[in-house]
Design a protein. Structure first.
Length: 224
């Protein structure tokens, strides 16, 4: 049996605010297996984004153990964490964060070039992903020429460009209307499953969470 994609043990995160200590995460334990799509459910302000930042190795200050693809991230220096993010993780945020001066295809090609994928192969991969998301006719369009749902689909393709073991999605459809949100989420889930990636998707939407393989709930800094 292959090892978990993610294994969190006793994950903690605290902040100081006005001289008061605020415990956002208070001993999180979570295991995600290869190919599993997990919904992280909780209301706004419950710490979902903080938890995703921890799993994504985006900032320090966390206690406990974080293992990504079998590697102990808490023991790594900055360069090693960057390598782990590049090789194993993909990210989708509530706002697409596309590069405005580059077209849809280029936005998906660029992270592959950073990972030293040959340009021809990167362009072919971008075309394949965007076409699978219904954007084959929009490859040359810049973000300003795309609808909100189309922009978010480009962001999904970008997240999967380097074939990550794990996709971290923070309210990936939270900025879209309900109809568009449902369509983008369905395409996101289908693509993640088709690629064989695992995913941890933060949401406050019970209906969307129910479409995933498993739901975990963040409440008062712990998972229930």
């Amino acid at each position: 049996m292959s090892s978990p994609v993610v294994e969190l043990r006793g994950l903690t995160r605290s902040f100081e605010q006005g001289g008061v200590r605020i415990d956002v995460l208070r001993g999180i334990d979570l295991v995600i297996q290869p190919g599993e799509i997990v919904a992280l459910l909780g209301p706004s302000g419950s710490g979902k984004s903080t938890m995703l930042q921890a799993v994504g190795l985006l900032e320090g200050g966390f206690g406990g153990s974080i293992r990504i693809a079998g590697e102990a991230a808490e023991k790594m220096d900055g360069d090693e964490r960057t390598r782990l993010r590049r090789d194993h993780l993909g990210f989708v945020y509530q706002f697409h964060h596309l590069l405005p001066d580059f077209n849809a295809s280029e936005n998906v090609v660029l992270p592959q070039l950073v990972a030293e994928v040959p340009k021809d192969a990167a362009e072919a991969r971008a075309g394949e992903l965007l076409t699978s998301l219904g954007l084959g006719h929009r490859l040359d369009h810049r973000p300003s020429q795309l609808s909100g749902g189309e922009q978010q689909r480009v962001a999904v393709a970008r997240a999967l460009a380097n074939k990550p073991r794990l996709v971290l999605a923070d309210e990936p459809t939270g900025n879209l209307d309900e109809h568009t949100s449902d369509k983008v989420l369905e395409q996101f889930l289908a693509l993640v499953r088709g690629e064989g990636s695992a995913a941890l998707v933060a949401t406050h939407n019970e209906r969307l969470a129910a479409k995933m393989d498993r739901v975990v709930r963040l409440h008062d800094g712990v998972l229930r």
